[in-house]
Design a protein. Structure first.
Length: 483
């Protein structure tokens, strides 16, 4: 294990992150706030620690990072970022968060979960509101690069499908420039979408500050808002529809965005099987939502359609914005929202959840097995669109589903063992594991009522979900540490 190299890369990451912590100082100055020192201290501490890690391991030449180092480095980057992101939230908020609560909020931000510890945002510093949005935006950017550059190479739960049909050994020297080039293009796409979202929100009536923060949290599919009422605060259908559009776009694989716009063929979206599964899932959930509300609510109106479409898009993409109290929907609709959030949007997007591509593989695999029950001698390849899926990929997806469900159940039962009611426990784990944010019961609006143990567990679950479970769990195996 190349610990010196890992330490150096960690140092570079923390140095870069320290300068990002300076940007809220501008907001503090603009609004004449008293918490400038919190961000200054955080910048200095992060910079010094990052410089230390970099300088003590300075080497002019080093070999590339292997898969094992990739796993460890990815986990350590997220852990270190969440730890150092906690500092301004401990030192600079009006709500005076405890260390555990601040860590929970920072983790929720960087993992784009959107589960907040704040029960009242109405009197919070503007710089803290901006910082929360910035954490989600930076976290979303990191997720995009991770999903496209690293996950396909290490094959997390079937995502190796995106590697293509590469035969033979991978030439790392040829691969690195492609990864760097692809990551750069994806960053540009991310920036362009953020600017478009900001401009749209601003023209639709948001203030300059609100448009900035909410464009950050929309494109990152984060869900943090500047207001206790979330998007309901704006009471503006134009803003609602703009949010729906940008949430939907951000839930699509960024590699598909790149492919479509680089070739100037928007038809590529319609040809992509995962995108087809994604929009059809949203459409069917929307129809089910509208029909259920119509049958249970005599005052059904056009606003019910807007609320249904917004809620479905927000939860399916794991954004977590709300314009209506989702716990008061009739019948099974609150549980349906949590369920579609567990499925999630497309792989290669900033969304959490199980991912549409995995759901599509499982459905097609189950369909094939049903056909083989009737025709045992039938030789039927597993396909996604026109692409054949190997048994290795299918097995990987089933394996991921097993670990995913076990993680979900174990986490929920631990919370129940702490005296938390079943509805709150199951939906809190579902919301954090899938980086969704809002749950049901005590965590429908915020997580302020959770005790310290629950906050620590849920913070761990957020990172676990963000890193596709395997990336973190593999570090706890004995064979990982053997050469």
């Amino acid at each position: 294990m190349k610990f010196r190299l890992i330490s150096r890369v960690l140092g570079i990451g923390l140095i870069s992150f320290s300068f990002l912590q300076l940007t809220p100082i501008l907001v503090s100055i603009i609004y004449s706030e008293e918490n400038i020192s919190a961000f200054a201290y955080s910048f200095a501490i992060t910079l010094v620690f990052g410089s230390f890690l970099y300088l003590i391991n300075f080497e002019k030449k080093y070999d590339g990072i292997r898969v094992k180092e990739g796993f460890l480095l990815t986990v350590l980057l997220w852990l270190f970022f969440t730890i150092f992101a906690t500092i301004p939230l401990v030192l600079g908020t009006k709500n005076e968060l405890s260390l555990v609560s601040a860590y929970f909020e920072a983790t929720s931000g960087l993992t784009t979960t959107g589960a907040t510890i704040f029960s009242d945002l109405s009197n919070e510093y503007y710089s803290i509101l901006f910082y929360r949005g910035l954490l989600q935006w930076v976290g979303g950017l990191g997720i995009i690069v991770l999903a496209i550059a690293l996950m396909p190479l290490i094959g997390i739960g079937g995502i190796q499908l995106y590697r293509g049909e590469t035969q033979g050994p991978i030439n790392q020297s040829k691969l690195r420039p492609k990864i760097a080039e692809t990551a750069k293009v994806l960053v540009y796409i991310y920036l362009i979408l953020t600017l478009l979202c900001f401009s749209s929100y601003f023209l639709a009536g948001m203030s300059y500050f609100d448009a900035i923060v909410h464009s950050f949290t929309t494109i990152a599919i984060g869900g943090f808002s500047n207001y206790n009422e979330s998007f309901a605060y704006f009471d503006n259908n134009t803003i609602y529809f703009l949010a729906i559009i940008f949430m939907f776009i951000s839930g699509i694989s960024f590699s598909l965005h790149y492919l479509s716009f680089s070739s100037f063929r928007l038809f590529n979206y319609l040809k992509d099987p995962e995108f087809g599964f994604y929009w059809k899932m949203l459409f069917m959930a929307f129809i089910l939502f509208v029909l259920t509300i119509g049958m249970n609510d005599s005052s059904f109106s056009s606003s019910s359609i807007v609320i249904s479409l917004f809620s479905i898009t927000s939860f399916a993409t794991t954004t977590g914005f709300t314009i209506y109290d989702h716990t008061t929907f009739p019948s099974f609709l609150p549980q349906l929202l949590i369920f579609i959030g567990m499925i999630g949007a497309c792989a290669g997007s900033t969304a959490g959840g199980f991912k549409s591509i995995r759901g599509l593989i499982l459905l097609n695999h189950a369909r094939r097995e049903l056909k083989k029950l009737i025709h045992p001698n039938l030789v039927l390849p597993l396909k996604i669109g026109k692409k054949k899926i190997s048994n290795e990929v299918a097995d990987s997806v089933w394996g991921f589903l097993t670990v995913y469900l076990l993680t979900f159940l174990v986490g929920a039962f631990i919370l129940i063992g702490q005296g938390i009611d079943a509805e709150t426990a199951f939906t809190a784990i579902a919301a954090c594991l899938n980086n969704l944010g809002p749950g049901l019961g005590e965590v429908a609006y915020n997580y302020a009522g959770m005790d310290s143990f629950a906050k620590i567990l849920l913070s761990f679950v957020m990172i676990l979900g963000r890193l596709e479970i395997y990336t973190l769990l593999v570090l706890f195996t004995s064979f990982f540490w053997k050469e």
